[in-house]
Ligand binder design. Structure first.
Ligand code: SAM
Length: 298
């Protein structure tokens, strides 16, 4: 029997990394959200960005949606640890408990929003818009639930322009070192009389089959749904060794980068490959560009 260890391959460890939190904070701070009464945080994950939104307008209510029940559990626990009461469903609540707005989370798809038209002052999708299988369906849903004059914000580090010139070499080396790590695991397994780890081809996740758009293409896509970008910004984030290990630990990405390998193996190999890749290329951090867009509903 294979003895691949079950490990935490969720997005959670990376979502708590200081570089990640600060990049998201800087994105949120580009927009004045102090007058917002109702937020909708799509693909809210572990609620890293939901927390930042609630801090930007402390009396506002927030609904959050994520496709993955595990993320909703983590988001619930995180918001509760901050003192918020969390309900589940699609209620648009006006309630406060202990003087804090009640948050409402739901498992669901970001392109099917069971809310009345013009429900929200601000809709966000952080670090996930590139995963939406049908961009037009998604943007139409966002536009519908936004109030006129409301704002839509997204950031993404998966767009045409995300890799600063010269950094591709580092990413190639990272993958090469990860494959070397898998070879090492296989040698250990053979020595222990265990079956080799096998790669099953053709299992790439559909989300990353999406073509990556550049900033101009995103602007046009939003405009075609009545969302007029007023702030389009590219931020350089320096990803250090610890941060890249947390990226490697994220199964959603590991599955894509090393498609076909068991996700635990891919995650472990990518983490082990970070130091050798930095040692080979030089330096202790790698820059990555984040696209940040804020748009107003006409
Ligand atoms: C990289 S995480 C980002 C989480 C959070 N927004 C943040 O910035 O920390 C991407 C999230 O998108 C969610 N997701 C992917 N496709 C989705 C969809 N169609 N609808 C809702 N959530 C989705 C995943 O479950 C995951 O929690």
């Amino acid at each position: 029997m294979s003895e691949i260890q079950p490990v935490n391959t969720t997005y959670e460890p990376f979502s708590r990394e200081p570089e990640y939190v600060e990049a998201n904070r800087a994105f949120i701070e580009r927009q004045d959200l102090s007058g917002v009464d109702r937020f909708l945080d799509l693909a809210c994950g572990t609620a890293t960005v939901s927390e930042l939104l609630l801090a930007a307008s402390p009396r506002a209510h927030l609904n959050g949606i994520d496709l993955d029940p595990q993320q909703i559990e983590l988001a619930t626990a995180h918001l509760q640890s901050l003192g918020y009461t969390v309900r589940h469903g699609h209620e648009l609540t006006d309630d406060y408990v202990n003087d804090k707005p009640v948050c409402v989370l739901a498992v669901g798809s970001a392109d099917e929003l069971p809310f009345p038209d013009a429900s929200f002052d601000c809709v966000t999708i952080a670090n996930a818009i590139h995963m939406m299988p049908d961009r037009d369906k998604f943007l139409a849903a966002v536009s519908r639930v936004l109030k006129p004059g409301g704002v839509f914000g997204f950031n993404s580090s998966f767009y045409a322009g995300t890799f600063p010139e010269g950094t591709e070499r580092w990413y190639q080396r990272w993958l090469q070192e990860a494959l070397t790590a898998v070879d090492r695991m296989n040698q250990q397994r053979e020595a222990a009389g265990q079956p080799r780890i096998r790669r099953v081809r053709g299992k790439t996740r559909s989300a990353f089959k999406n073509r990556w758009l550049n900033a101009d293409e995103w602007t046009r896509a939003l405009e075609s749904h009545g969302l007029k970008p007023h702030d389009v910004h590219q931020r350089v984030v320096m990803m250090d060794r610890r941060c890249m290990r947390a990226v490697g630990a994220y199964g959603g990405l590991a599955e894509v980068l090393m498609s076909g390998y068991p996700v635990e193996v891919a995650s472990q190999a990518l983490q082990e490959a970070v130091d050798p890749a930095f040692d080979a290329i030089g330096g202790d951090a790698i820059p990555k560009n984040w696209l940040e867009v804020w748009a107003t509903k006409g």
